[in-house]
Design a protein around this ligand. Structure first.
Ligand code: SAH
Length: 213
C-alpha cells in the first residue's frame, strides 16, 4: 500500500516539474505529504492524480498543481513567516503551508470540514497551524498583519478586508471572479497596492456571510 502511494507521489512530483513548478522545497513537500490522508476512502486511489476531488459539503480538495503554484508564489515573494489561508477545506493546502512557513492561520466556514482538517494535521504532526471557524471575508484581525495571504476559494470581488490585514511588503494570492476566474497577486508596498493577473483558474466560491455548524 505505502510503496504504491510513494511511487505515485513521485509521478506527481514529475508532473508538477513538467508544468513549471521549480521550487525544490515545494516539490519535496508535495512529494512527501500523504495526500490520501485528506481524501475519503472511496476516492483514495485518485490521491496522487493532478485533480481536484470532492470532500463533502459541496467542496473540493484543490488540484496539486494549483496548490504548488500558489505556494511557490508566496515563497517567490520572500514570505517565510506568517501566512493566512482562507478556505481550509480538507486541510491539504494547509499541511503544505505548515511545512514551509513558520506559522499558518487558516479560516473555514464549515465546522465539520475544519474539525476533520485539524485531526489530519495532528495525525501528520503539524502543530504550527491555528484554525478559526468563521467568515474568511473578514480575515483574522486579532492575528494580523500577515506576510502572505492565500485564498483557496474564488472571491467575486477584491476582498478589501484581507488586503487591509496584509503587512507592508506582503503578498496576497487570490482567485477573483464567478464563472470566469482570474488568479491575482496583490503586493502591498509603502507606495500602495499593486495588482497583477496571473492565470485563469477554477475554484469553488468564497461564500459571503453565514458560517455553517
Ligand atoms: N485549500 C482547500 C480547498 C478547499 S475548497 C484544500 O486544499 O482542500 C474551498 C474552501 O473554502 C471550502 O472548504 C469552503 O467551505 C471554504 N469557504 C468558502 N467560503 C468561505 C468563507 N467565506 N470563509 C471561510 N471559508 C470559506
Amino acid at each position: 500500500m505505502i510503496s504504491n502511494y510513494s511511487r505515485s507521489a513521485g509521478a506527481l512530483r514529475a508532473l508538477l516539474e513538467n508544468n513549471g513548478v521549480s521550487n525544490p522545497n515545494v516539490l519535496r513537500v508535495i512529494e512527501y505529504t500523504p495526500r490520501h490522508v485528506f481524501i475519503d476512502d472511496v476516492l483514495k486511489h485518485k490521491a496522487y492524480e493532478n485533480t481536484a476531488l470532492p470532500i463533502g459539503q459541496g467542496q473540493t480538495i484543490s488540484q496539486p498543481l494549483i496548490v504548488a503554484k500558489m505556494t511557490e508564489l508566496l515563497l517567490q515573494a520572500g514570505v517565510t513567516d506568517k501566512v493566512l489561508e482562507v478556505g481550509t477545506g480538507s486541510g491539504y493546502q494547509t499541511s503544505i503551508l505548515a511545512q514551509l512557513f513558520n506559522k499558518v492561520y487558516s479560516i473555514e466556514r464549515i465546522k465539520s470540514l475544519q474539525w476533520q482538517a485539524k485531526r489530519r494535521l495532528h495525525q501528520l504532526d503539524l502543530y504550527n497551524v491555528a484554525m478559526k471557524h468563521g467568515d474568511g471575508w473578514q480575515g483574522w484581525l486579532s492575528k494580523a498583519p500577515f506576510d502572505g495571504i492565500i485564498v483557496t476559494a474564488a472571491a467575486k470581488s477584491v476582498p478589501e478586508e484581507l488586503l487591509a490585514q496584509l503587512a507592508e511588503g506582503g503578498v496576497m494570492i487570490v482567485p477573483i471572479g464567478e464563472s470566469e476566474q482570474t488568479l491575482m497577486r496583490f503586493h502591498k508596498t509603502s507606495q500602495g497596492i499593486t495588482a497583477e493577473k496571473l492565470a485563469t483558474v477554477r475554484f469553488v466560491p468564497l461564500v459571503a456571510g453565514e458560517i455553517v455548524l
